[in-house]
Design a protein around this ligand. Structure first.
Ligand code: PLP
Length: 429
């Protein structure tokens, strides 16, 4: 495939945009080559400026769970736009989507909408600190909770891809309140809590990690965190920006049957428009301004176009729960197909999968935390795989540290073609 026009556009972009992109992973630095400039997308396919058609395994990093340009979401946005795009005043649709989200997700009674997953996680930590009167929190190495200062400590994907886990600009003062634990290591968390007793406001976690590839919580890990939090008066925050409305209607809380105290959302909840949200029981959410003392605000929060897209998306997922069965089945089919291709060829891989999140790690070891994910990402295998697949028109995330996201527009025929393509790539391994 040729990317002449993409290359030219990337040259132009680099003159006026740092690195030519508005979010680092898009720049292809980890895999090399030219980032692809898209013109449009429909269903499971992307179309680029050079006339290439690509089968999409990223789906805008998660939001497009039903495929691109989903008709009901489009119709909702278009008809809203005709009535004005922002008012800075309350609108009825904000209550509609809030009520729907509250009905779909276990344990939450109130929800506040923001404009990104970053804002949602940043606000959730502030709320947890305000509610508990404590400063510190625990995060896990390789988990990403957006790019706000206190989270940029071993933050997975983007940050890791560039070898700068601790970003300049984040002060030591900020970093000292972020305690870093190993994913899937409950003993370490227990020890950390006892060393900081009475000082920890929250534990924040991706209940399925998706920013160091896809890494499932080991059996009993989430339950163990829940028990520790209850014992020490710590709030458990599930960052469900990826897993929310994807693993199940009620996200990871429903999927694993483990309740969190605060849940954050992004990606799917905006139906492809910029939306984030955080939610909890009333007692906690009432701490937020204007009802309570913890300040949080947003000029474009609850924006009518974004709410229309999100409401159309959530309604569809709420009314057609069979979608989950369908995408999980497709992902399993992909998993089995790819695995047998690698096995036949004797290439050591570990494929991690939960629901419709999946990642391929070129390693002999189980990938269970950041360390094992980083070891697997070291060789050239992923980049060879990525470019081989891309040559066949299959677009995977351009980094070994990213989960792939399966959308329901993907057909078994598409997946068969993906597996065939993998076979061709591996033939020349
Ligand atoms: C994407 C992501 C975020 C950040 O969301 P943005 O909308 O990119 O700010 C936070 N947490 C997780 C788990 C994510 O995957």
């Amino acid at each position: 495939m040729l990317y002449q026009r993409s290359s030219a556009l990337f040259e132009e972009a680099q003159k006026v945009i740092p690195g030519g992109v508005n979010s680092p992973v898009r720049a292809f630095k980890a895999v090399g080559g030219t980032p692809i400039f898209v013109t449009h997308a429909k269903g499971a396919y992307l179309y680029d400026v050079d006339g290439n058609k690509l089968l999409d395994y990223i789906n805008s990093w998660g939001p497009m769970i039903l495929g691109h340009a989903y008709p009901k979401v489009l119709a909702a946005v278009i008809s809203k736009a005709e009535k004005g795009t922002s008012f800075g005043m309350p609108t009825e649709i904000e209550t509609e989507i809030a009520a729907l989200a509250v009905s779909m997700v276990p344990g939450i009674e109130k929800i506040r909408f923001v404009n990104s997953g970053t804002e949602a996680c940043m606000s959730a930590i502030r709320l947890a600190r305000g509610f508990t009167g404590r400063d510190k929190f625990i995060k896990f190495a390789g988990c990403y909770h957006g790019h706000s200062d206190s989270f940029l400590i071993q933050a997975g994907s983007g940050a890791v891809t560039f070898g700068a886990p601790n970003s300049p600009g984040v002060t030591k003062g900020t970093a000292k309140d972020t305690l870093l634990a190993r994913y899937n290591d409950l003993d370490q968390v227990r020890e950390m809590i006892s060393q900081n007793e009475g000082e920890i406001a929250a534990i924040i976690i991706e209940p399925v990690a998706g920013n160091m590839g896809c890494i499932p919580p080991s059996s009993g890990f989430l339950e163990g965190l829940r028990t520790l939090c209850d014992e020490y008066g710590i709030l458990l925050i599930f960052d469900e920006v990826m897993t929310g409305f994807r693993l199940a209607k009620g996200g990871a809380q429903e999927y694993y049957g483990v309740p969190a105290d605060i849940v954050t959302f992004g990606k799917i909840i905006g139906g492809g428009l910029p939306v984030g949200a955080f939610a909890a029981r009333k007692e906690i959410m009432n701490y937020l301004a204007p009802e309570g003392p913890v300040y949080q605000a947003g000029t474009l929060s609850g924006n009518p176009l974004a709410m229309a897209a999100g409401l159309a998306m959530l309604s569809e997922l709420d009314q057609q729960p069979s979608i989950y069965h369908s995408i999980n089945h497709k992902t399993e089919y992909l998993h089995n197909g790819l695995e047998s291709v690698f096995l036949k060829k004797g290439i050591p891989v570990h494929i991690n999968r939960v629901g419709s999140m999946i990642s391929v790690h070129f390693t002999e070891k189980n990938v269970i935390d950041f360390e094992t994910a980083a070891m697997a990402a070291q060789g050239a295998s992923f980049n060879r795989f990525f470019h081989g697949m891309l040559n066949n028109g299959i677009y995977l995330p351009p980094s070994a540290y990213e989960s792939w996201f399966i959308c329901d527009a993907l057909t078994i025929t598409d997946i068969d073609r993906t597996i065939d393509s993998c076979e061709q790539v591996v033939k020349r391994w």
